[in-house]
Design a protein around this ligand. Sequence first.
Ligand code: GLC
Length: 471
Amino acid sequence: MKILFACSECSPFAASGGLADVAGSLPAALQKEGAECRVIMPLYGSIGLQWRANMTFLTSFGVPLSWRVAHCGVFTMQYGGVQYYFLDNEQYFKREGGIYGYFDEAERFAFFSKAVLETLTHIDYEPDVIHCNDWQTALIPVYLNVFYREVPKLSRTHTVFTIHNIQYQGQFGLDVAGDVCGLPDWAIGKVEFHGDLNMMKGALEECERISTVSPTYAKEILDPYFGHGLDEILRQKEWKLCGILNGIDTVGYNPSKDHALAANFSARKPEGKTLCKAALQQQMHLPEEPDTPILAMVSRLVSHKGFDLVRYAMENMLRMGMQVVILGSGEQQYEEFFHEMQRRHPRQVAFTCGFMPTLSRQIYAGADFFLMPSQSEPCGLAQMIALRYGAIPIVRSTGGLADSIIDWDTPGGGCGFTFQSYNADDMLGAVRRAMGLYHSEYRAEMLPRALKCDFSWRRSAKQYMAMYLGI
Ligand code: GLC
């Protein structure tokens, strides 16, 4: 079984969120299950020399896109046992700044999607399945059916589309469909949705299997509250939809080996966690008090992550006597709020604005609790990483949070604290329960249980294999 995993970001080369973690670890897990999985992604300007030095140039060609023919170079390299293809077009991908957020997003990722298919006509490789991820690759199944079925190599290629977050659909004005994406008039209906171009809708129609990143989210997105308009299409396509919970890279995220930490620790030797906590307090300029619980948040600061609840409840949380460490960037209103809280409570609040992978590990390792009150959460990886590093998750039971975190008070025992409604007082209740048990049960019960949790990819990789084989 040959799988080509197409994505707009992949760790360690270019990352902005959870998709990069998945793309950076699922392919290797699929290979362990017997697949041959390769990854294809854009060659962003930000991908540094340390990677480029190991890449080999394979070929280049022109990609027809509406009235343009855009250059595409293909570079390849092996990394961690997986083969990668990097598609190069400096006009689209060599930009100052982040990997997303430009005026011509539709054109950049229409180009990438077409270029993935064009690449397959130029190189000696024939995948059975192209596995597409999120709207940036959503035109691949559309282009494949509209333009490439006549190419013998691509006449039977299957497509799978994974929704990592249904909020981002690739919506643009409909005029873009022809002039920019190059779809002929007869095919525009495939991507048209309520008068707009909606790339994700095109993928949902044209691909052979839809998956999303947790079983609960797969059910939730059939409902208008979670579906962001696409629930209507998903209900029609439910026969090809499934939810497979993400895993995490348990080799990369390993507190017993992680060089970023002040000390290493594991279920058998948990002592190092105390040193990590002291190091974090020092680094964050918080009083070094071993018995004060630290509650951490590492997240993009956007509203669906639940920051309205945090804003409402913050003063009450601080009155419980905890220290709060936040790392993230995003909407200005939340950045300003956390700056302000830090100014008001310098001995209790430490806010770092940004996306910093090394610091995030130090925070997971130093924190006792990890708060994730998301309004919706397709899967969420941070709660699993937090557990692996011994920070007990406090989460709202939604999407993947509901599938990965069982409440402490459940008969049989869980490893986190959960609340159901999207309500700040309910969140406070869960935080209060957690804090109430901190002195009695954290060291003896919670920490050992957390450090033993298994969120490796093995089970999910088997489910993906079953999905590919079932097409
Ligand atoms: C998106 C989702 C997140 C998920 C990740 C990887 O970032 O918001 O919940 O864990 O994709 O699938």
